[in-house]
Ligand binder design. Structure first.
Ligand SMILES: [Zn+2]
Length: 229
Protein backbone atom coordinates (compact mmCIF):
# COMPACT_ATOMS: atom_id res chain seq x y z
CA UNK A 1 0.00 0.00 0.00
CA UNK A 2 2.94 2.33 0.64
CA UNK A 3 4.14 1.56 -2.89
CA UNK A 4 0.70 2.38 -4.30
CA UNK A 5 0.83 5.76 -2.60
CA UNK A 6 4.33 6.49 -3.90
CA UNK A 7 3.29 5.41 -7.41
CA UNK A 8 0.17 7.63 -7.27
CA UNK A 9 2.33 10.62 -6.37
CA UNK A 10 4.65 9.84 -9.27
CA UNK A 11 1.75 9.66 -11.76
CA UNK A 12 0.24 12.93 -10.54
CA UNK A 13 3.63 14.62 -10.88
CA UNK A 14 3.85 13.44 -14.47
CA UNK A 15 0.51 15.12 -15.09
CA UNK A 16 2.04 18.39 -13.91
CA UNK A 17 0.69 18.57 -10.36
CA UNK A 18 3.39 18.81 -7.69
CA UNK A 19 2.97 15.86 -5.39
CA UNK A 20 4.86 14.14 -2.58
CA UNK A 21 4.00 10.94 -0.76
CA UNK A 22 3.26 10.50 2.94
CA UNK A 23 2.88 6.89 4.11
CA UNK A 24 1.84 5.30 7.37
CA UNK A 25 -0.66 3.27 9.34
CA UNK A 26 -3.94 4.98 10.29
CA UNK A 27 -4.99 4.53 13.93
CA UNK A 28 -8.06 2.62 12.73
CA UNK A 29 -5.64 -0.09 11.63
CA UNK A 30 -4.29 -0.61 15.13
CA UNK A 31 -7.72 -0.26 16.67
CA UNK A 32 -9.14 -2.97 14.43
CA UNK A 33 -6.32 -5.35 15.39
CA UNK A 34 -7.06 -4.76 19.08
CA UNK A 35 -10.73 -5.40 18.42
CA UNK A 36 -9.84 -8.70 16.77
CA UNK A 37 -8.01 -9.83 19.88
CA UNK A 38 -4.40 -8.91 19.23
CA UNK A 39 -2.54 -8.14 22.45
CA UNK A 40 -1.38 -4.64 23.27
CA UNK A 41 2.22 -5.72 22.64
CA UNK A 42 1.41 -7.30 19.28
CA UNK A 43 -0.35 -4.14 18.12
CA UNK A 44 2.47 -1.91 19.35
CA UNK A 45 5.06 -4.05 17.53
CA UNK A 46 3.06 -4.12 14.31
CA UNK A 47 2.34 -0.40 14.30
CA UNK A 48 5.98 0.43 15.16
CA UNK A 49 7.09 -1.68 12.20
CA UNK A 50 4.71 0.33 10.04
CA UNK A 51 6.33 3.54 11.27
CA UNK A 52 9.85 2.15 10.77
CA UNK A 53 8.96 1.08 7.24
CA UNK A 54 7.58 4.55 6.48
CA UNK A 55 10.87 6.01 7.74
CA UNK A 56 12.73 3.75 5.28
CA UNK A 57 10.63 5.21 2.47
CA UNK A 58 11.59 8.69 3.61
CA UNK A 59 15.27 7.78 3.94
CA UNK A 60 15.48 6.46 0.41
CA UNK A 61 13.56 9.41 -1.02
CA UNK A 62 10.33 7.65 -2.00
CA UNK A 63 8.23 9.57 0.53
CA UNK A 64 8.62 12.80 2.51
CA UNK A 65 6.57 11.91 5.52
CA UNK A 66 4.83 9.53 7.89
CA UNK A 67 1.03 9.56 8.15
CA UNK A 68 -1.77 9.51 8.75
CA UNK A 69 -0.84 8.29 12.17
CA UNK A 70 -2.41 9.36 15.44
CA UNK A 71 -5.34 8.64 17.70
CA UNK A 72 -8.87 7.35 17.08
CA UNK A 73 -11.31 10.26 16.60
CA UNK A 74 -14.09 8.16 18.13
CA UNK A 75 -14.52 7.37 21.83
CA UNK A 76 -12.13 4.69 23.05
CA UNK A 77 -11.03 3.60 26.55
CA UNK A 78 -8.11 5.40 28.17
CA UNK A 79 -5.71 2.46 27.81
CA UNK A 80 -6.32 2.54 24.05
CA UNK A 81 -5.60 6.29 23.94
CA UNK A 82 -2.39 5.59 25.91
CA UNK A 83 -1.33 2.98 23.38
CA UNK A 84 -1.73 5.40 20.48
CA UNK A 85 0.06 8.14 22.40
CA UNK A 86 2.97 5.78 22.92
CA UNK A 87 3.03 5.15 19.17
CA UNK A 88 2.82 8.87 18.45
CA UNK A 89 5.79 9.68 20.63
CA UNK A 90 7.73 6.86 18.98
CA UNK A 91 6.79 8.17 15.52
CA UNK A 92 7.84 11.73 16.35
CA UNK A 93 11.26 10.42 17.36
CA UNK A 94 11.64 8.37 14.19
CA UNK A 95 10.42 11.30 12.06
CA UNK A 96 12.95 13.61 13.65
CA UNK A 97 15.78 11.18 12.90
CA UNK A 98 14.97 10.99 9.18
CA UNK A 99 13.66 14.57 8.90
CA UNK A 100 10.17 13.42 7.95
CA UNK A 101 6.93 15.35 7.84
CA UNK A 102 4.20 13.86 10.07
CA UNK A 103 0.48 13.88 9.22
CA UNK A 104 -1.71 13.47 12.29
CA UNK A 105 -5.18 12.00 12.50
CA UNK A 106 -6.69 13.13 15.80
CA UNK A 107 -9.88 13.51 17.78
CA UNK A 108 -11.44 16.99 17.46
CA UNK A 109 -11.25 18.15 21.02
CA UNK A 110 -10.17 21.72 20.42
CA UNK A 111 -7.32 23.22 22.42
CA UNK A 112 -6.87 20.00 24.45
CA UNK A 113 -6.05 18.05 21.32
CA UNK A 114 -3.58 20.68 20.13
CA UNK A 115 -1.90 21.01 23.55
CA UNK A 116 -1.27 17.29 23.90
CA UNK A 117 0.50 17.24 20.53
CA UNK A 118 2.45 20.43 21.23
CA UNK A 119 3.79 18.85 24.43
CA UNK A 120 4.98 15.74 22.62
CA UNK A 121 6.53 17.56 19.67
CA UNK A 122 8.38 19.95 22.00
CA UNK A 123 9.71 17.03 24.04
CA UNK A 124 10.96 15.24 20.93
CA UNK A 125 12.14 18.37 19.10
CA UNK A 126 10.74 17.94 15.60
CA UNK A 127 11.49 20.59 12.97
CA UNK A 128 9.03 23.51 13.19
CA UNK A 129 6.03 23.12 10.84
CA UNK A 130 6.95 19.52 9.99
CA UNK A 131 3.92 18.24 11.92
CA UNK A 132 0.53 18.69 10.26
CA UNK A 133 -2.71 18.46 12.24
CA UNK A 134 -5.03 16.93 9.65
CA UNK A 135 -8.78 17.70 9.86
CA UNK A 136 -8.03 20.44 12.38
CA UNK A 137 -10.68 22.71 13.87
CA UNK A 138 -10.28 26.46 13.22
CA UNK A 139 -10.15 27.06 16.98
CA UNK A 140 -6.68 25.42 17.15
CA UNK A 141 -5.12 27.56 14.40
CA UNK A 142 -3.46 30.10 16.69
CA UNK A 143 -2.15 27.77 19.38
CA UNK A 144 -0.97 25.22 16.81
CA UNK A 145 0.76 27.73 14.55
CA UNK A 146 2.30 29.68 17.44
CA UNK A 147 3.93 26.42 18.54
CA UNK A 148 5.27 25.34 15.17
CA UNK A 149 2.51 22.93 14.12
CA UNK A 150 0.66 23.32 10.84
CA UNK A 151 -3.14 23.03 11.16
CA UNK A 152 -4.88 21.66 8.07
CA UNK A 153 -8.49 22.76 7.67
CA UNK A 154 -10.92 20.49 5.79
CA UNK A 155 -12.67 22.42 3.00
CA UNK A 156 -15.73 20.18 3.03
CA UNK A 157 -17.06 21.09 6.45
CA UNK A 158 -19.63 23.81 6.37
CA UNK A 159 -18.45 27.19 7.58
CA UNK A 160 -15.04 26.04 8.76
CA UNK A 161 -12.95 27.66 6.04
CA UNK A 162 -14.83 30.94 6.57
CA UNK A 163 -14.08 30.64 10.28
CA UNK A 164 -10.43 29.72 9.66
CA UNK A 165 -9.83 32.77 7.45
CA UNK A 166 -10.46 35.02 10.46
CA UNK A 167 -7.19 33.75 11.97
CA UNK A 168 -5.17 34.82 8.95
CA UNK A 169 -3.26 32.58 6.52
CA UNK A 170 -1.72 30.42 9.23
CA UNK A 171 -2.95 27.04 8.04
CA UNK A 172 -3.22 24.79 5.00
CA UNK A 173 -6.39 23.35 3.48
CA UNK A 174 -7.23 19.78 2.62
CA UNK A 175 -9.46 17.45 0.70
CA UNK A 176 -9.93 13.88 1.91
CA UNK A 177 -11.09 10.45 0.87
CA UNK A 178 -14.68 9.84 1.90
CA UNK A 179 -14.60 6.51 3.71
CA UNK A 180 -18.24 6.58 4.76
CA UNK A 181 -20.77 6.48 1.89
CA UNK A 182 -23.49 7.49 4.36
CA UNK A 183 -21.91 10.91 4.77
CA UNK A 184 -21.59 12.28 1.23
CA UNK A 185 -20.00 15.72 1.15
CA UNK A 186 -18.46 15.38 4.65
CA UNK A 187 -15.11 15.70 2.94
CA UNK A 188 -14.32 16.79 -0.61
CA UNK A 189 -12.02 15.52 -3.35
CA UNK A 190 -8.98 17.59 -4.47
CA UNK A 191 -10.61 18.96 -7.64
CA UNK A 192 -13.54 20.35 -5.64
CA UNK A 193 -11.08 21.94 -3.21
CA UNK A 194 -9.49 23.85 -6.08
CA UNK A 195 -12.89 25.00 -7.34
CA UNK A 196 -13.91 26.19 -3.90
CA UNK A 197 -10.71 28.18 -3.41
CA UNK A 198 -11.16 29.78 -6.82
CA UNK A 199 -14.73 30.77 -5.93
CA UNK A 200 -13.59 32.35 -2.64
CA UNK A 201 -11.00 34.32 -4.62
CA UNK A 202 -13.43 35.43 -7.34
CA UNK A 203 -16.10 36.59 -4.90
CA UNK A 204 -13.45 38.49 -2.93
CA UNK A 205 -13.70 36.53 0.32
CA UNK A 206 -9.94 36.01 0.18
CA UNK A 207 -7.27 37.91 -1.72
CA UNK A 208 -4.46 36.61 -3.91
CA UNK A 209 -1.85 37.21 -1.21
CA UNK A 210 -3.87 35.17 1.27
CA UNK A 211 -4.20 32.30 -1.18
CA UNK A 212 -0.49 32.49 -2.03
CA UNK A 213 0.49 32.19 1.64
CA UNK A 214 -1.91 29.29 2.17
CA UNK A 215 -1.13 27.22 -0.89
CA UNK A 216 2.46 28.17 -1.77
CA UNK A 217 4.34 29.50 1.26
CA UNK A 218 2.75 27.25 3.87
CA UNK A 219 3.11 24.18 1.69
CA UNK A 220 6.77 25.00 1.13
CA UNK A 221 7.23 25.54 4.87
CA UNK A 222 5.91 22.04 5.62
CA UNK A 223 7.15 19.96 2.71
CA UNK A 224 10.03 22.00 1.30
CA UNK A 225 8.29 21.87 -2.08
CA UNK A 226 8.11 24.85 -4.42
CA UNK A 227 4.66 24.43 -5.96
CA UNK A 228 5.29 27.26 -8.41
CA UNK A 229 8.60 25.90 -9.70
ZN1 LIG B 1 -7.75 11.15 8.84
Amino acid sequence: MYDMTVESARIINEEGVKSVAVVGLHPAEGYELLRRGWSRKEVLDFMRRGIDLAAEYVKNGKAVGIGEIGRPHWDVPKDVVDLFNELLEYAFGVAKDVNAVVHLHLERNGINTASSIIDMVKRVGNRPYSVVMHHAEPIVIDIANDNGLMPSIPMGRKGEFEEAVKYGPRFVVESDFIDDPKRPGAVIPPWTLVKKLRTYLINGFIGEDFLHTLCVENISRVYGVDVMG
